[in-house]
Design a protein around this ligand. Sequence first.
Ligand SMILES: [Zn+2]
Length: 275
Amino acid sequence: MNKPYQKPAQDEPVWWFVISAGDILVTDDKQIPHGYLSELPMPDLREYKTVFIGELRERHCYLVIADFGDTNFSAVGDFISVRELITKDDDALFAMAARAKQVADFLATHRFCGRCGARMQAVDWELAMHCHSCQHRCYPRISPCIIVAIRRNNQILLARGKRHPEGLYSVLAGFAEAGEALEQTLAREVMEEAGVNIKNPRYVGSQSWPFPNSLMVGFVADWAGGEVRIDPFELEEGGWFDINKLPRIPGEGTIAHKLIMRVKAEIDQERNSES
Ligand SMILES: [Zn+2]
């Protein structure tokens, strides 16, 4: 079994996920640094915390935690937002970058025990922080968040969030609250944000969303009643859009895009079977 603080072998080409203040190091051609350490212009990594975080395309992946404003990696490339790694054809790479960002954030925010205040120690056989004073143990926090595309005949409900770029519309989303099943989160969030009832929710897929630690759980559901009333505290505007006359929507590679395309596929399929 691989342990979190094992070191890469000298003769092993690996993926290096270097995180600084939540951003990730990429080479000049926007790739994650990959290969033998001796062939990359990296600083001396003994000065840095490195964590084994998994495998990508049969190569080991290591997180390297760099300082805020660290310039020692400038010969390799630049730090960019992990968002820029979302593409339509490499879910696995984005997922590993999402993991690297979240593990770095976890280690940075769990240096002291939340129960008794003592310094915490990294567990050597699993990714966790442990307090030897009171035995409190913490794991990386993951926050489940539903995201749902709501369909009414040939239309889809889209809304513009207050932080969305101008003209960009997306599906509804919201965090699960303590004690809720996701079915309850779906019904509550959709009612709160848009004032409508839904039925027949169907699970489509999920995506780790490391801003900072969401797990987006994606559904398609059918409208079951109610006029759209957009919550002005969370959303700018929203309403029903013809599936063939969509506004600007989130890019390929996002779960939001996948859900919108799923609704379109359902509608297209029904039209084809009718004709
Ligand atoms: Zn403690």
